[in-house]
Design a protein around this ligand. Structure first.
Ligand code: ADP
Length: 841
């Protein structure tokens, strides 16, 4: 052992036996210590020692002795590396152990084992005499040549790595500054080698042999890298990724797998995407974002979750119709014909739609109002929207807004969320593939509101012609021009449309249909349509007008025609069965004997299959209709219900159209209390109190006193509004309540063919109310004859079709006196000539 060398190890060394990994001089390694002997070594030597010498230990590799410490020692490897314990970390989890960071100094040979317990101590001989290397530099020919070759190979290897990585640059500098003789140890611990190979390098005490052992390993690594670079056609950015270097200058133990054929394809894929991006003709801002995302995508490994996100985003961007539009082919005359052909009646609506289209034709960049069709269900709002798209030759897309309560539904989710996607507007555009479709925003009155923001507010931006040329979906995050899209909205009522939204739309009321209109619609549109749907022809099935009328009045009660259409569908299905059965029978039997029978009687046989039916099958209003649709659902109960005093018919407006409503009252002994039932709102309850008060104050006038001064003395009154499950509110039932109570208190019957509506005041005046058209149509549907409405609503009658007006007798009332006089047969005479409360002043 040399005494003047740079590194001098003690002659007695405690030994650490490792079973994984080989420590070579010049490298640093982390060793986990958990066997009893080794733990003891750490505790009593490393942790207690204070001098530098006490931190030097001998590391003996590859000792298969993890468990059986107490047993006799297995044969130890005779050569080890003396190392400096740089760091000791202790932990109790999952079991007590230490982790040592050890830097290898030099080789030693175990000459004699001095002690086995509590830890191994041996007498050692230092093998690497480091001071000789620097002196005998490039001495012998063969060793010199070997070391030179080794050095060059090392330089070549490092040259293949990315110099911009700091560790690589440092390694390159180290190659020059380190003595060449240390290179085999240093590089063998860095490159990918097995423990066995490292052990061979460790055992090669002779320098020349060490070079010979390490050189093939180095060459193998270089070849491996070359192959990898060839197969991967490395892009400069990828070098870092492929050849990432572990901290401390050691190459990663990464397997250089060749199974990356997908990469090429992927490269092509992004290239295709890039081409698509460039071909999508998107505006400057969107293109810039796309190119940036594309650049990011190229750098990302496919396994990264963001890869899929970015890809989806780019695919969505290229599929959007940035500048693809369909050509408008608007001809107003043709549009008028088409609208007339598709829809019966709705004159006002069709007129307004034509005006709108005409203006669009004259001025192509129309920033016009958004049309909003408001009316009961089944009156054809959606189907008019569809017709408009057809007349314009545009794509049609319906966006159902009922129940939408999250603004991201309209505006999309930000791309940071997993599963984020664009809103319905952008999705709709992607579906239709052009930027000028007709979008029908269905049921805007049923937009909800929740913690996730107000979708109505998001719609504002969509519908505002001043803003929607730069509508920014959260997902896209770039503006999209919606100004070419034609928006049409539909709603059942304007009451629940947020005011700001309503302000941006032009409301077109689509009222319910009269019975005659329904009959016409049924025969012109619904029946032919249903026949076609069920594979029938008019030669097989005929529905006379009387039958249609019966279906309308006895089986449906609606403002629109949807359930009428369903009933016709039910008839078609029933007939289809008969027709199909008839085909079979007629093939088996001779048809000659059957033609004598009357068509209509034929149908009463129900499902009898004895004879094929006579064609066409005519649906008689009486028997077959009952057989197919069951007993009538709605009976005209009006006259039956008005056989007792204390019942009157009111008219109510609902989003489903107008309806007639019975108000019933009864009296019983009590203390003058008023009970109200039928789910009434506050306003309606107040109307009831108003009515009672007015009657009490005018009881004398109308002789309702019942002997005492107060007609309610000793009596309780119960007012009920049937259809108890439906919530009702509004002031317009005022006159009906007064009439009903007047009937109850006077004991006289209200005329059974009178319906009424109107708000009342405490002084007995009748104030105007809304929804007159729907209410009058409802009265007409119910075959009532007289309708009492407030005088100030007289102007509203203009909207009502003339034939309905002709059928009804209108009474315009401005005071309750007039209402009562019109509601009772023979009037409702007052004792004093003027029933108004006389002023005491
Ligand atoms: P809404 O959108 O108002 O609820 P739809 O547009 O869905 O109603 O109409 C329901 C059905 O009634 C459709 O098949 C439609 O063709 C038909 N319909 C409604 N009104 C008319 C009409 N005036 N003329 C012809 N068909 C009509």
């Amino acid at each position: 052992m040399s005494s003047n060398s740079g590194i001098q190890i003690p002659s007695r060394l405690p030994l650490l036996c490792t079973h994984d990994g080989v420590l070579l001089p010049g490298s640093t390694m982390r060793i986990s210590v958990d066997t009893a002997r080794n733990m003891q070594l750490v505790k009593s030597r490393l942790l207690k020692g204070t001098s530098l010498k006490s931190t030097i230990i001998g590391v003996i590799p590859n000792t298969r002795d993890p468990e059986h410490d107490s047993d006799e020692l297995p044969s130890l490897h005779s050569i080890g590396t003396a190392g400096l314990a740089v760091q000791v970390v202790g932990s109790n989890w999952p079991k007590p152990h230490y982790t040592l960071l050890i830097t290898g100094l030099c080789r030693f040979r175990v000459t004699k084992l001095l002690r086995e317990k509590p830890f191994l101590v041996a007498e050692v001989e230092q093998l690497d005499k480091l001071e000789q290397y620097t002196e005998g530099d490039q001495a012998d020919g063969e060793l010199g040549e070997l070391s030179q070759r080794f050095y060059q190979a090392a330089v070549q290897l490092v040259g293949m790595l990315d110099m911009s990585v700091p560790v690589v640059a440092k390694l390159r500098r180290l190659l020059d500054s380190l003595p060449k003789e240390t290179l085999p140890d240093v590089l063998a611990s860095m490159i990918r080698t097995s423990n066995k190979e490292k052990l061979q390098v460790l055992d090669a005490v002779d320098l020349e042999e060490r070079f010979k052992k390490a050189l093939p390993l180095l060459t193998r690594q270089i070849e491996g890298l070359k192959l990898l670079q060839k197969t991967r056609k490395l892009r400069p950015d990828d070098d870092k990724r492929v050849l990432a270097i572990r901290k401390g200058g050691v190459f990663p133990g990464r397997q250089f797998s060749l199974d990356e054929e997908g990469e090429d394809e992927d490269g092509d894929d992004t290239a295709v995407l890039e081409k698509k991006v460039k071909a999508a003709a998107m505006p400057e801002a969107a293109l810039r974002v796309c190119l940036k995302e594309l650049k990011r995508l190229k750098k990302m490994p496919e396994s990264m979750p963001e890869y899929a996100l970015t890809r989806n985003y780019l695919e969505m961007m290229v599929e959007l119709p940035w500048s693809k539009s369909s050509k408008d082919c608007l001809d107003i005359r043709a549009a008028r014909v088409l609208l007339d052909n598709d829809h019966y009646a709705m004159e006002k609506l069709k007129r307004r739609v034509l005006e709108y289209l005409a203006v669009r034709q004259l001025k192509s960049t129309l920033k016009g109002p958004i049309l909003c069709f408001v009316g009961p269900p089944g009156v054809g709002k959606t189907s008019v929207g569809r017709s408009i798209a057809r007349t314009l030759g545009r794509e049609f897309h319906r966006i159902a807004l009922g129940g939408v309560c999250d603004q991201s539904d309209i505006r999309g989710h930000r791309r940071t969320y997993v599963g984020s996607m664009p809103g319905r507007i952008i999705n709709g555009l992607k579906t239709v593939g052009v930027n000028n479709p007709v979008f029908l925003l269905d049921e805007v009155d049923k937009l909800g509101k929740s913690l996730q923001g107000d979708p109505a507010a998001a719609l504002l931006e969509v519908l505002d012609p001043e803003q929607n040329h730069s509508f920014t979906d959260h997902y896209l995050n770039v503006p999209f021009d919606l100004s070419q899209v034609l928006f049409i909205a539909t709603a059942n009522t304007t009451a629940t449309i947020p005011p700001a939204l309503l302000d941006r739309m032009e409301v077109l009321q689509v009222p319910g249909y009269t019975q005659e209109e329904k009959v016409e619609i049924a025969h012109r549109h619904l029946i032919p349509h249903q026949l076609e749907q069920h594979g029938l022809t008019p030669q097989q099935l005929q529905i006379p007008q009387d039958t249609t009328k019966d279906i309308i009045s006895k089986y449906t009660r609606e403002a629109g025609v949807r359930s009428l259409e369903r009933k016709i569908g039910a008839i078609c299905r029933a007939v289809a069965v008969k027709v199909a059965e008839g085909h079979k029978v007629s093939r088996a039997e001779s048809p000659a004997e059957q033609h004598a029978e009357q068509n209509t009687e034929n149908k009463e046989e129900g499902s009898g299959i004895t004879a094929p039916p006579e064609m066409p099958i005519v649906i008689d209003p009486i028997a077959p209709l009952k057989a197919i649709l069951g007993p009538p659902v709605f009976e005209m109960e009006v006259s039956e219900r008005l056989t007792l005093p204390g019942v009157a018919i009111g008219l109510a407006w609902t989003p489903m159209g107008g309806e007639i409503m019975f108000v019933e009252a009864s009296r019983m002994e009590g203390e003058g209390q008023l009970t109200l039932t039928g789910q009434l709102g506050d306003v309606m309850k107040e109307s009831a109190h108003l009515a009672i008060s007015w009657l009490r104050s005018n009881a004398k006038t109308y002789l309702l006193t019942n002997g005492s001064a107060d007609p309610l003395e000793g009596t309780d009154i119960h007012l009920h509004f049937p259809a108890g499950a439906v919530t009702k509110d509004g002031p317009s039932a005022g006159v009906t309540i007064v009439t009903c109570l007047a009937s109850l208190l006077s004991g006289r019957l209200v005329r059974s063919d009178v319906a009424m509506t109107g708000e009342i005041t405490l002084r007995g005046l009748v104030l105007p109310v809304g929804g007159i058209k729907d209410k009058v149509l409802a009265a007409h549907r119910a075959s009532l004859k007289r309708v009492i409405i407030p005088k100030r609503n007289e102007k509203d009658l203009e909207e009502i079709p003339p034939h309905v007006r002709a059928d009804l007798d209108f009474v315009f009332a401005s005071t309750l006196d007039e209402v009562l006089n019109a509601a009772f047969d023979g009037g409702f005479p007052a004792a004093v000539s003027h029933p108004q409360v006389v002023s005491k002043l």
